[in-house]
Write a protein that binds this ligand. Structure first.
Ligand SMILES: NC(=O)c1ccc[n+]([C@@H]2O[C@H](COP(=O)([O-])OP(=O)(O)OC[C@H]3O[C@@H](n4cnc5c(N)ncnc54)[C@H](O)[C@@H]3O)[C@@H](O)[C@H]2O)c1
Length: 310
């Protein structure tokens, strides 16, 4: 297959691109940043905001486009809501390129479309698009809506994946964005204090190899025409509190934790556990790595990659 990945220098894009290439597929990435993790992934450096009227600087036919480019941090978009609007423009430009080139799109959405619903299990039918918890959530809802509208009007094949707290590899560039797992690992190892926003926040943490496995199953299903036009949760399917996470990291590093606790911040979802039965049924998705196994793997990767010092 020949696959276009937008946001290919980011966490999920880098893992997805390298895995596809290892499996013998051709990958072209688009990102406005250089890939700082690897030079193996062919990357066109381009700001997708410039891709008006679907003019993207790539040539030839692609079997699928995986659209991952976005400002991906919820709280950052509470502080800078204009970036949420940029997210929507970037979806639109990519989607219009897909329409013109007749390329199926796989859209990287988020559990944020469900809002803070305080339910244990969330199936794909439960999104209430009238309630948007944050500008980021609004940008994903709008992105999904455009994708669905392009199916209605132009018959553009698509899959929408709703991800949840993906972690494990190529996710620790803290100067660009702080993500809770690499941040806590690095601070706890150095004996530095951590601030836990919402200690009882219950989230569904997804080890990146499980996420990538699900996306590739999705790409194959769309390209073969076996499954299209579905919206699918892609997560581990179990909830863990931030306290569980802190304890697992502390145990794995054999370090005491110096934590202070603050309420969850504006816009943050405090409870989400995905119902992944649709991914299981449609794609044969079967996530392998619970948080108890994923935290030690994330630490091992950080040590191996030289990100973790101490
Ligand atoms: N990682 C998660 O836990 C998670 C959870 C839910 C949803 N998502 C979604 O999945 C996608 C990928 O997430 P990620 O964690 O890899 O994010 P990331 O921030 O690591 O990667 C996103 C990439 O998109 C690029 N990008 C942003 N705007 C761009 C533009 N205008 N032009 C070109 N490139 C641009 C960035 O430079 C970055 O490299 C995002 O859309 C995110 O919202 C991620």
């Amino acid at each position: 297959m020949r696959v276009l990945i937008t946001g290919s220098s980011g966490e999920i894009g880098t893992n997805l691109g390298l895995t596809l290439m290892q499996r013998g597929h051709e990958v072209v990435g688009i990102d406005r940043r250089k890939n700082t993790w690897t030079d193996k992934l062919p990357t066109v450096q381009f700001d997708l905001l410039q891709g008006k009227k679907g003019r993207l600087p790539v040539e030839g036919k692609f079997d699928a486009c995986v659209h991952l480019a976005a400002y991906a941090k919820v709280f950052e978009l509470v502080v800078h809501p204009d970036r949420a609007l940029e997210n929507v423009e970037v979806v639109f430009n990519t989607l219009d390129w897909c329409r013109q080139t007749k390329t199926p799109i796989i859209f990287g959405s988020s559990r944020e479309v469900y809002g803070d619903i305080h339910r244990h299990i969330t199936d794909e039918g439960q999104a209430d698009f009238v309630v948007a918890e944050s500008p980021y959530s609004a940008s994903k809802i709008a992105g999904e809506a455009f994708v669905y509208s392009y199916f209605q009007c132009y018959d553009l094949p698509h899959l929408v994946f709703r991800f949840s707290n993906v972690y494990g590899r190529y996710d620790s560039d803290a100067e660009r964005m702080e993500r809770v797992i690499p941040l806590f690992i690095q601070r706890i190892l150095k004996g530095e204090p951590i601030v836990v926003f919402g200690k009882d926040k219950t989230l569904d943490f997804t080890y990146v190899d499980d996420c990538v496995d699900g996306i590739i199953r999705g790409i194959e299903a769309v390209v073969s025409g076996r499954i299209t036009n579905e919206t699918i949760n892609l997560a581990y399917g179990q909830g863990s509190t931030l306290m569980d996470l802190v304890n697992l990291i502390s145990l794995a590093l054999r370090k005491e934790v110096n934590a202070t606790y603050e309420p969850a911040r504006a816009g943050e979802v405090t409870r989400y556990v995905a119902d992944i039965s649709k991914a299981r049924q449609l794609l044969g998705y079967s996530p392998q790595t619970p948080l108890t196994a994923g935290v030690p793997k994330a630490i091992a990767w950080q040590r191996e990659f030289g990100v973790l010092k101490g």
